[in-house]
Ligand binder design. Sequence first.
Ligand code: SF4
Ligand code: SF4
Length: 230
Amino acid sequence: MTIVYSVLLMAILGIGAGVFLAYASAKFAVKEDPRTKLIEAALPGVNCGACGYPGCPAFAKAVAAGSVSLDGCLPGKRSGVPEKLKIVVEADPEKLISFFEESGEDAQKALEKLLEAAGAKAIPAPARPTRPSQEEIDTFKAKLKDNNRAMVIYSVLPNINCGICGAPGCAAFALKLSAKEDSADKCIPGKRQNTSQKVEKIFTISEPDIEKILNETAGDIAEIKKRLEV
Ligand code: SF4
Ligand code: SF4
């Protein structure tokens, strides 16, 4: 009988602990700040790193903390992201939370409501660029071996394969640039690193010198980049 009571007691204690833990986790769960969620909803979602942060969620947190300029998202400049961010960061917190709750915690819908209430001019968000598949990236990278100038241009591109330029990855874009079929200005994430000017400079290097750079660096991208900086 004692064993039965002990087992019963253990079971009751176990259930009690489980119920308490479930209650505690619901009660003390740290909910993400709705303002950060709305800020993130206003960003392009490209995760390209052009803002200097590892992706849009990190940039959104920095905006919420007031530690970064509202126009730091380069790809978002054309779709009114700085203006949208200004509205979000200056919004009355009570109003912002009520929009968020009314929208079933859907940040995109809450953002639309907030922008509408603020009378913001509708600036449609551009279609998100298509990120290339790994297979596409590898296919174009393999083609660089047959194009010396494209290989050198590739070394100065950000190599994040975001697709913003419209090409399926940086290697594909380098090939287009080497054939003068596109403009380096389309690489928005490269703007902070002066990619356009670097590409322009590469076109001033003669074919024999390009070949020399590749031979001396054994085609190592980091080494090519260093050579160009000299
Ligand atoms: S630059 Fe804009 S799109 Fe790119 S990671 Fe930063 S916030 Fe996201
Ligand atoms: S070259 Fe194109 S894919 Fe590469 S970082 Fe620039 S915009 Fe993105």
